[in-house]
Design a protein around this ligand. Structure first.
Ligand code: FAD
Length: 391
């Protein structure tokens, strides 16, 4: 088997890359280790930056998003029982975000790929990337019990944090920067209308809480919990009680409860692998970097990477120049580190760390108070939340 760009992974990064290349007339072949249902149902991100929504529209994948997605013009910060709105358009010259679940982005991109795009093989597990330093890299993979080889001009490693692509970069050339946080998020999906029309980020002495949503009838809520927490140890009632405590306000706002349909714990990690390119292998999305979800950046970073990669591959085809491929890693990493910084800032701003001193607790509240009272501080948050430029 042979293709121009071999893509490992059919998450948002791999699927969007395949779509962008298809629109540009560049052949690709996507290998995905899981089945279609898994790819389309795995609950993860839900906030699309302005630039991400624009890219999906330009790629002809924004029709359902525009119909069903919810435009959000701000978020609410809660602390000490008080509510403070951050108005995105007013602070950023008109930018906003769209609430549209990652599952729906993947469903739309899978459907388009199967209808119009190149091959997308489910249950095809990449085993290794070979010859990345040569002009003919290969992906060895297993499908229906048989091993096969995909020969490529370029390989895109879009196979997430646990994938194999990153392992093809020799250890002597890899640099890893990481931080794990001493807490995780217990997340629930619930069949109940969101109790607020925008996301609510709450800092409470008992821990962080987030109220978000997937649609007008489905709420997504999170609680900060110790790292080793087992979701099964939390009854639905205990989760709602704790959410109510942490989200409580001085006014008459009320949290609506409903049937919990899913419950899981997500660890919190920051991770960057440098460089994001080795020879003809390009890493994109979670394969190269992870952010804690507090800043809602993971999916958006994946989109930024593949937009940069698609542009570089088109430039190479049209001009013969490798210039943009050569600068791929550096271009992406500049954006990645801004997202790492923002996600770290949001995480340390809103989560009381286990063992924090009273001094540190007060500082956290002072940082929040600064955002509540300073337009400059709110503008900084709004610019980062709605997204860093894709150029
Ligand atoms: C539990 C959880 C909750 C999250 N919540 C949020 C959130 O609220 N907000 C936010 O912005 N981000 C969130 N994220 C992060 C966001 O979902 C990711 O950043 C995003 O999925 C990255 O897309 P990706 O395509 O790079 O990787 P992935 O979505 O991980 O896709 C990688 C794909 O590669 C496939 N694959 C792996 N190994 C192989 C192989 N060997 N061969 C073939 N295929 C392979 C996988 O099956 C997968 O389909 C969350 C992540 C997790 C894990």
């Amino acid at each position: 088997m042979r293709t121009t760009v071999g893509i490992i992974g059919a998450g948002p990064a791999g699927l969007l890359l395949a779509r962008l290349l298809h629109r540009a007339g560049i052949a690709s072949f996507v290998l995905e280790s899981r089945d279609r249902a898994y790819v389309e149902q795995r609950q993860r991100a839900g906030i699309l930056e302005q630039g991400t929504a624009d890219v999906l529209r330009a790629a002809g994948a924004g029709e359902r998003m525009d119909r069903e997605g919810l435009r959000h013009d701000g978020i609410e910060l809660r602390f000490d029982g008080r509510r403070h709105r951050v108005d995105f358009p007013g602070l950023t010259g008109g930018r906003a975000v769209t609430v549209y679940a990652q599952t729906e982005v993947c469903k739309d991109l899978v459907a388009l790929q199967l209808e119009e795009g190149g091959p997308l093989l489910f249950e095809a597990e990449a085993l290794a990337v070979e010859g990345a330093e040569t002009g003919t890299p290969r992906v060895r993979f297993r499908h229906e019990g048989r091993e096969d080889v995909l020969e490529c001009d370029y390989v895109a490693g879009c196979d997430g944090f646990w994938g194999v692509a990153r392992k093809a970069v020799p250890a002597a050339l890899s640099r890893v920067f990481e931080r794990t946080y001493p807490f995780g998020w217990l997340g629930i999906l619930a069949d109940v209308a969101p109790s607020h029309d925008e996301l609510v980020y709450a800092r409470h002495d008992r821990g962080f809480a987030l109220l978000s949503m997937r649609s007008p009838t489905v709420s997504r809520l999170y609680l900060q919990v110790p790292t080793e927490t087992d979701a099964a140890d939390w009854s639905d009632e205990a989760i709602w009680d704790e959410l109510e405590r942490r989200l409580a306000t001085e006014d008459d706002w009320r949290l609506e409860r409903g049937p919990v349909t899913q419950k899981s714990v997500t660890p919190m990690r920051s991770f960057v692998h440098e460089p994001m390119r080795h020879g003809r292998l390009f890493l994109a999305g979670d394969a190269a970097h992870i952010v804690p979800p507090t800043g809602a950046k993971g999916l958006n970073l994946a989109v930024g990477d593949v937009v940069t990669l698609a542009r570089a591959l088109v430039h190479r085809r049209d001009t013969g120049s490798e210039e943009l491929l050569d600068s791929y890693s550096e271009t992406c990493l500049r954006r990645v580190w801004q997202a790492e910084r923002f996600s770290y800032d949001m995480t340390t701003l809103l989560h009381p760390a286990p063992g924090a001193t009273p001094f540190e607790d007060r500082l956290q509240v002072a940082r929040l108070d600064r955002i509540a009272t300073s337009r400059a501080a709110r503008t900084d948050l709004a610019e980062a939340y709605t997204g860093f430029p894709l150029d």
